[in-house]
Design a protein around this ligand. Structure first.
Ligand code: MF3
Ligand code: CO
Length: 260
C-alpha cells in the first residue's frame, strides 16, 4: 500500500531529514586517512541521539547493528562500521544514514573522497550525484515511478557506468521501507503514478564496471561482482501538489530565506 502523508507529517520528515543532512555533514568533516568507520559511526549516533525525539533508523532494523552503513570502494552498500576498517588516502566512502523523529523516518546517503582520489573516482561521484538529481527532478505529480528510474539510468549509462538493479529506492514514512519500490532503471510512463504527498527515497548505486553485485559472508556488505568502484547518493523527497519538482527533505537547514 502506498501511503500519502499529511502536510504535518511531511514537516516532521523534513525535521528528521535536517538531522540526517547534519549527520552526513558531521561525518564528512571527519572523513580522512587514518579514521575508522567505527569512529564515524560513534560520532553519528551520539549526534543523532542529542536531538530530543530522534534515534538512528538503521540500528535494529532487520537486526542491523549500527547507525551508519559505511561502504568503501568496491563495496556498494550496507558495509558495517568497524574499528578494523581504517580509511586510506584515495578511498571512496559511501555513508548511508536514516533518522527516526517523532514516528517518521528520513534517509540519505552520500559518497565522499578520502583525501585526493583518482580522476575516475572523482568522475564517478559527479555522475552518480547527477543521476540522483535527474531522478529527483522526475518525482512530480503525473509522472510515474518509471520516469525516475529512466532519468537515473540515462545519466549513469550515458557516462559509461552501470546501475545496480537488485537494490532499489523505496517509499518511506512511519515505516522505513514502504511501497512503492523505486528502481534506478525503467521506462518512461511505466510503474505506479506519482501523487502529491508521497514520500520516497531515491538512491542510485552506480558501478564503474558491470551492474552485478554479491553479498559477503557477513550477510550485509554488498560488493560489486567485478570488484569495480561503486558510489551511492540518496535523498528522501516529497511529491508536491503543483506538479513542480519535489521538496527534498534531506537537505541541511541553511536558515531563513532559503526554501530549497
Ligand atoms: N538506507 C538503506 C536502504 O535504503 C537502509 C539500510 S537497511 C539497514 O535500504 F538494515 F541496513 F539498516
Ligand atoms: Co534508502
Amino acid at each position: 500500500m502506498i501511503t500519502i502523508k499529511s502536510p504535518r507529517e511531511i514537516e516532521t520528515m523534513a525535521a528528521a531529514g535536517r538531522i540526517v543532512a547534519a549527520t552526513l555533514a558531521l561525518v564528512a568533516r571527519h572523513v580522512r586517512p587514518g579514521v575508522s568507520t567505527e569512529e564515524l559511526d560513534r560520532r553519528a549516533e551520539e549526534f543523532i541521539r542529542s536531538h530530543p525525539g530522534a534515534r538512528p533508523s538503521f540500528k535494529g532494523l532487520y537486526d542491523y547493528p549500527a547507525t551508519l552503513c559505511t561502504s568503501i570502494n568496491q563495496e556498494v552498500v550496507h558495509g558495517i562500521p568497524s574499528p578494523k576498517r581504517v580509511l586510506s588516502e584515495g578511498d571512496l566512502l559511501s555513508v548511508d544514514v536514516g533518522v527516526w523523529l517523532d514516528g517518521l523516518h528520513a534517509d540519505s546517503a552520500a559518497t565522499f573522497p578520502v583525501g585526493r582520489v583518482p580522476p575516475e573516482a572523482q568522475r564517478l561521484l559527479q555522475v552518480t550525484q547527477a543521476a540522483l538529481m535527474a531522478g529527483v527532478g522526475q518525482a512530480r505529480v503525473g509522472n510515474h515511478v518509471g520516469d525516475i528510474g529512466h532519468a537515473v539510468q540515462e545519466v549513469a549509462e550515458g557516462a559509461g557506468y552501470s546501475v545496480v538493479r537488485e537494490l532499489v529506492g523505496h517509499g518511506i514514512g512511519s515505516s522505513f521501507h514502504e511501497e512503492p519500490q523505486i528502481p534506478n532503471y525503467g521506462k518512461p510512463k511505466r510503474g505506479p503514478r506519482l501523487v502529491a504527498g508521497m514520500t520516497i527515497a531515491i538512491e542510485p548505486m552506480v558501478n564503474v564496471g558491470g551492474p552485478g553485485i554479491r553479498t559477503l559472508d557477513d550477510k550485509w556488505t554488498v560488493v560489486t561482482e567485478d570488484g569495480s568502484l561503486s558510489a551511492h547518493f540518496e535523498h528522501t523527497v516529497a511529491v508536491v501538489e503543483n506538479g513542480g519538482p519535489p521538496r527534498i527533505l534531506t537537505l541541511a537547514d541553511r536558515g531563513p530565506g532559503v526554501n530549497l
